[in-house]
Design a binder for this molecule. Sequence first.
Ligand code: NOJ
Length: 938
Amino acid sequence: MKKIICFFLFLFFLLLCCECADQSKFKLCSQSTFCENNREIRKNGSGPRFSFVPSSAKVDENKNLFQIDLLRSDEVEPRLFVEISSVIPGVVRVKINEKDPDLNRYEVEGVLLTENFNYQNAEIVSQNEELILLRFGSEKEKHADVKLVYGSSWKIEILNSGGEPIMVLNNDSLFNFEMDKKDFLLNKQKEKEKEAEAKNSDNEKEKEEEEEEEKNQEDDQPNYEERFGGNTDSRPYGPSSVALDVIFPDTEHIYGLPEHSTKLSLEDTEEGEPFRLYNVDILEYETESRMSLYGSIPVIISKPNNQKTLHGIFWFNPSDTWIDISTQETQTKKKLFGKNSRVSKRAHWMSETGVIDLFIMTGQEGKMYQVFEMYDTLTGFPYFPPSFSVAYHQCRWSYKTQKEIQNLNEKFDEYDIPVDVFWMDIDHTDGKKYFTFDSRTYPDPKQLSKTVSDKGRKLVAIVDPHIKKENSWELYKEAQSNDYFIKKSDRKTDYEGHCWPGTSKWPDFLNQKVIEWWGSRFSYDKYEGSTSNMHIWNDMNEPAIFNGPEMSIPRDTIHLGEIEHRNIHNSYGFFVTKGTFEGLIKRNQDQNERPFILTRSFFAGSQRYSTIWTGDNMANWDQLKYTESMLLSLGLAGAPLSGEDAGGFLNNPDEELFARWFQTSAFHPFFRSHSHTDTKRREPWVFGDPYTSIIRESVKIRYSLLPFYYTQFYKASTKGKPIMRPLWLVFPEDANALNEEVENFSYMISSSMLVSPISEKNQISKDVYLPKGCWYDFHTLEKINSKGATYKIDAPLEKIPIFYRGGKIVPRKMRVRRSSHLMQNDPITLFVFLDENKKSSGSIFIDDGHSYDFKNSNKYIHQKISFQNNKLFTKTLNSNYDPALIERILIFGLEQTPKNIMDNNNQDLIFNVDESIDMITIKKPNLSIGHDWQILIQ
Ligand code: NOJ
């Protein structure tokens, strides 16, 4: 009977989580006290006023920190202070906290790459009664100037090298710092008294009387509880929200704040809901919505008007955060005819708790990518995953048996479709106990691993962070006996909730011991059946809880014995991946293998441990369309390794949508097909031709481009550059690139290729904007000399518009095989696309594709290849790996037929010319990547 009840309960929760996006499960701003209050403050101008206390201004020369107090207008003693520093050249950190708090506000550790920054020299440049000017860094190097404006309300301006503000903090006095903790303190006091009493008094009657009195007293206390959806958040600490407005002067476009399914440029929110950052499990999310999704990166990138630079702000706060965006127009000067106005953007940040800790990244004119490098210096450069992960992944919830995967392993070959990875969703486990295999359905996972690895393929297994409450399970017992689970608000009892296995508990990943323990569970002896060929998928790590408030864990649950979950919510998923990453490194004795991890939940810093996917999307055209802006936004906010469920997770795509989805997904950094357990089967051959052929072709294109993509992954991991880029990032001087259609629905891969997906049914051509320059049609190789115009491009079902950019060299491997591993030693074909000045350049990175040898022992090749003055030549930056043979060089756009082509030994090379597409083919040039050479065209 008990079992039957459990089964129905489980079905009920399954249903709960499988219905379409139920917005009522998630808070609106008006249902969140702190969001509503801060919005009210904005509307009524009713917030508390704070001003600087000039006499308190000082520079701590040892630490290079500037400090100044903030005084609330209705108080006599300052209770807050501002600390300003520069942690890396050009990055200003502004922290605001309480001076002498009754209770320290929690500041999450481990998200920033280091706390031991090399603080830049801080000095006061000038000061008077109205302001104080600070400089961080030296005059010669990149430095940052900061102006503090006194007056009835404090204001901080971050200046560019011309002395103009690039960001202004608290311009509109929306700063708020709630400090009402009376209730908490009283309760604490009571607890102490109670303990003392329990020791001293054994007079029961007396106790009872006092308890009664306490109860009466409690009734008099303010009640900070917040109710939502049948759940009560006890909020014993009272309101502690922080809020601030940040102006981006002379800026029409700001970007970032993933994850949202909206357009790329952040829209104004005054009329509706703010953007929300609160990691939740949301099924069937809608497009054009500012609701929270699975991950949060509190970063805004601003693109100042008519400038070739980007600035950024990182609001380092992992608690529930809402952001209102608005546009401000200010009249600057009167022109002869009409007025001149300046458009600026404002972001009003509102976080439930924590401190204000901002990093402002100031870009220099002409440097569009500097901001990404700065951000990654703070939070870590993206990890460099093994090369197989750049290839195609096949997933479904779930391949229920080992046989099914073995069958897939054959079928992909039968249909001549390359694939690198087969994924095992929750059903491969023994009763949703992660780190196990169901012995009935997956009797020999090691054999499975061998079968796929014989073809150079890999496995990925899902490991979610909810732990089934099962007293006989060794892993559960271990965690239980070590007291590793998150506690309820009583601080004593383990928190329990419902997820896939039924009643579950959640490890406290804030505890370093738990991270280590979790990591240790990936060792081959503990994770029986796992092999070095198997990598990991961390799902449901928001954490998702079917019966929890907003499908997650209550905010008043407790970490590390005292820290409320609300303080760290958005970073929980980050810590899960940290544990997984460290475990996967340690499972190999030499600790030299690069892990691959996919995560659903993420925060700033997640890029250093994992690839991200956009969660439970739906199989419809609209979702396909909005995938691009979601991935572009992630790339701009420092998470370039991302993708989506190709085909749409929920519902059944028709064959046209499915084929179109593969055509664009093949260009996304992470390329995986995935589907819900209730959907019809849709492996690439299910729809038959022409669709199967179209899918095959898309996957093969991706495989042929692997040398190019792998190089981009390497560059992302060293320079932080997004892999998918909006056109304006590559063509900052082109105003048309900011056009909505262009910005959202075409993208660049690195700065070399332009992709314009088809995301409408029955669409067979598309107007594609090509910035000024030469472009080469990917399919026909025909050249278009664009003046910066829109072209109608044919897009029959078989193809989507894709262009190579003139001036770029793209390395490819043209013999596509069953898996990327089998192509590892294949020769390279160089595609050289000349620009209008007959120049071109590119680069290539090669290593073993799986180890840290590239880092630990410099075993890699990194080579630059350039074309100039009729010469193709290389510059090898590092050549400590097996050279790769070049089998062909294709040069496009030379507009002349060469008499001869010679290598550096003056040997004539064999070539032919296809005048119809202005292409020169040099066959078997007897050259390789890894050696320096040059080719002269005469
Ligand atoms: C939710 C994930 O988003 C989805 O991709 C997965 O298939 C299911 N959980 C089952 O594990």
